[in-house]
Design a binder for this molecule. Structure first.
Ligand code: TXA
Ligand code: MG
Length: 344
């Protein structure tokens, strides 16, 4: 049976004990909820792959609570790099290093690099410190599903598969960390996230975004079906003036009787007349220029469509810039599995 318990000192201690015993514990971070295991115990880490149904060739992030832990897990790091990391840690940045022999092969999917992150969340940091070891933790969803931003989302996917979910409310960011490869020079962004290329450039002046992000996968996680709600989803990108009528047209073309999920920006809701007489689930994500609001609500909205059992989803998108909204759009596109309509 899976218990969901609010974070408290006693619950953190219970979680840490379970983790030391090789069990899985879901815990909150500032980005999304993680599914944690003792990162130095291969049998514990194996359970993550089983609980999530995650392909074995997709490596995991090790979460740490202090800089000293980094030295144990990675091959010698330049002190300058450590200093630079302190600008973003604790925070939503995952850095890839050459791994040390302390890291089990299962964590890195057999590779010689390891992903490390220091989350900016009190509960997460206390749990890691209390467990006394790095925690391997992917997002706590079943593979392919939207990432969980609330403890109840984790329960939806993991009920019966893990003993404990630590609940500390909604995640403040709502999309995953930016993944930055520091084993190459210049450093390279492998997954867009809360920190954008221009944020990173302040500290890593020649950082660039892997061109394959727009094409062929390189970070193993890039190639899988991702974040997908159950119903087929179409995203309409383009200017505000064009997207609204295009979505309205699509609604009118849908067969009567089908339940339509609509994800729109606030202030850009379709006309009432278009919706009347139809079975509509209308969810509003936030103002189109408010990246923080869009990030925070995306996965929760996709899961809400699943709960309301819609037959089809139409979502409003936008042109991408180098800001948080581009990272949100990266997830939206993946959710739609590339099913995009660019309206002019
Ligand atoms: O915000 C986050 O990063 C959340 C929270 C829980 O910390 N975690 C998370 O983990 O999103 P996960 O497993 O869902 O995504 C980790 C990503 C995957 O795309 C994986 O392929 C990539 O990081 N990754 C892990 N280790 C890697 C490595 N050694 N080289 C390249 N990519 C790596
Ligand atoms: Mg994930």
């Amino acid at each position: 049976m899976t218990e969901m318990k609010e974070a408290s000192q006693a619950v953190l201690q219970e979680g840490a004990r379970l983790l030391r015993d090789g069990a899985l514990v879901a815990f909150p971070t500032e980005t999304v909820y993680g599914l944690g295991a003792d990162g130095l115990n291969p049998c514990a880490v194996q359970k993550i792959f089983e609980a999530k149904n995650r392909p074995a060739d997709n490596p995991l992030i090790l979460h740490i609570a202090d800089m000293a832990s980094l030295d144990l897990l990675v091959r010698k790091v330049d002190p300058k790099i450590k200093e630079k990391l302190q600008h973003f840690w604790p925070g939503p940045l995952t850095a890839i290093f050459k791994k040390s022999s302390a890291v089990p092969a299962i964590v890195t999917a057999g590779g010689n690099t390891v992903a490390i992150r220091m989350p900016k969340h009190e509960t997460a940091l206390s749990l890691i410190a209390e467990a006394g070891r790095p925690l391997a933790a992917p997002s706590a969803n079943k593979s392919g599903r939207p990432s969980p931003t609330r403890a109840s989302d984790v329960m939806e996917d993991m009920d019966g598969a893990i003993p404990l979910i630590i609940d500390a409310g909604e995640c403040s960011i709502g999309i995953e960390s930016t993944v930055l490869d520091l084993t190459v020079d210049p450093p390279c962004i492998l997954r867009p996230g809360y920190y954008t290329e221009s944020d990173l450039r302040q500290v890593f002046p020649d950082v660039y975004t892997d061109p394959v992000l727009k094409g062929i996968p390189k970070s193993p996680g890039q190639k899988y079906r991702h974040y997908a709600p159950k119903a087929p989803m179409t995203v309409f990108t383009g200017k505000k003036e064009a997207v609204k009528p295009a979505m309205e047209e699509a609604i009118q073309r849908e067969m009567p009787g089908r339940r339509i999920g609509l994800l729109v920006f606030s202030g850009e809701e379709p006309d009432r007349l278009v919706l009347s007489g139809r079975d509509i689930v209308l969810l509003v994500s936030g103002k189109r220029d408010n990246g923080r609001a869009l990030a925070r609500s995306l996965f929760a909205n996709l899961r809400e469509f699943d709960r309301r059992e819609v037959d089809v989803i139409f979502a409003a998108g936008y042109e991408e810039d180098d800001d948080l909204r581009a990272s949100v759009m990266n997830r939206v596109k993946k959710s739609a599995q590339g099913n995009l309509i660019n309206v002019k």
